[in-house]
Design a protein around this ligand. Structure first.
Ligand code: NAD
Length: 297
């Protein structure tokens, strides 16, 4: 019996250790001492995630093509944020931001490949502009692959790291966006699965997040092209009304919370996953029967 009670106390100790893993009991912060690099973090989802990571004890490198807003964002986020200009379509820029992170903080724990653009192309495949297709794939897919390549370069020797990528509901279901954007986000989900197969052997996790529509600048610009003359608050309302979960709207903080979970040790056994943050939108479709049966069936 003594042996049993000893075993029980060992297992309760390891349970406590496991519960506290990566979680500072002093501060309650989930990314204490971690270093993160986020692309497209000057505004929108990336900025909200940078703020969330910093609140949870991380140091964050904000990488973005928009130098002006990027610098302002880093200033707003405070001493634990640093901005570096980066166009994700240039592999040398990506390589440079990873090296900058290492020289500043000595390591890279979390890489979030979030930069992405929408596109204004005609809706039919027959009219598809392949130059726009190449440009959008260059940012939304090649940029993500380059981010994974260069973060892996520094994570593999340490046998640890968490990589995140922003995909979209439009990459999971057809018909929600123009082909080019949908295809690019579908590819991101595939890229994550393919890379997980290799990176898991080094203890590195990689996951994607698929948000529903969030009325960030990128979406509002796209919406105002479709509905010229309609003001931003009405467009925001239209985006929010498209959701299926009543009583809540999809906001940047929802994606930031998902990113915090996936980046932290709370998700220590989650890899190759695409986390939907869509209020159930892609999980179901209800029958749309008329209120009354038609006269003749
Ligand atoms: P946003 O326009 O507010 O932010 C995008 C950021 O990416 C900007 O700061 C922009 O300057 C930066 N960026 C654009 N091209 C870049 C490049 N070549 N190199 C580096 N940075 C670049 O939009 P957001 O909604 O925050 O978008 C973030 C990500 O979320 C994107 O990948 C987008 O496709 C994805 N997403 C957005 C929604 C939505 O409804 N807002 C839904 C699903 C997925």
């Amino acid at each position: 019996r003594r042996g049993l009670s000893k075993n029980l106390s060992i297992s309760s100790d390891s349970l406590a250790q496991s519960l506290n893993r990566g979680f500072s009991t002093e501060t309650g912060r989930k990314l204490e001492g971690k270093v993160a690099l986020i692309t497209g973090a000057a505004r929108g989802i990336g900025k909200a995630t940078a703020a969330k990571f910093i609140d949870n004890g991380a140091k964050v490198v904000v990488a973005d093509i928009d130098q002006h807003i990027g610098e302002e964002t880093a200033k707003e986020l405070g001493a634990n944020a640093a901005f570096i200009a980066c166009d994700v379509t240039n592999e040398s820029d990506i390589s440079n931001v990873v090296d900058f992170t290492i020289s500043r903080h000595g390591k890279l724990d979390i890489m979030y490949n979030n930069a992405g653009v929408a596109c204004n192309t005609p809706p039919s495949i027959v009219d598809l502009d392949l130059q726009v297709f190449d440009r959008v794939m260059g940012i939304n897919v090649r940029g993500v692959v380059a981010g994974i390549k260069h973060s892996s370069r520094v994570m593999i020797p340490r046998r640890s790291g968490s990589i995140l990528c922003t995909a979209s509901v439009t990459g999971v279901m057809g018909g929600l966006a123009q082909h080019t954007y949908s295809v690019s986000k579908s590819a991101v989900i595939g890229v994550v699965k393919s890379m997980a197969a290799e990176l898991s052997s080094y203890g590195i996790r990689i996951n994607s997040i698929s948000p529903f529509a969030v009325p960030t600048r990128f979406v509002l610009e796209e919406m105002s092209r479709l509905y010229p003359g309609v003001d931003a608050s009405r467009l925001t309302e239209m985006v929010q009304n498209a959701g299926v979960l009543k009583g809540a709207n999809c906001e940047p903080i929802d994606i930031a919370n998902a990113a915090l979970y996936l980046a932290s040790d709370d998700a220590k056994y989650v890899s190759g996953h695409n986390l939907m943050v869509d209020g159930g939108f892609t999980s179901f479709k209800t029958f749309n029967f008329p209120a009354h049966a038609p006269d003749s069936v």
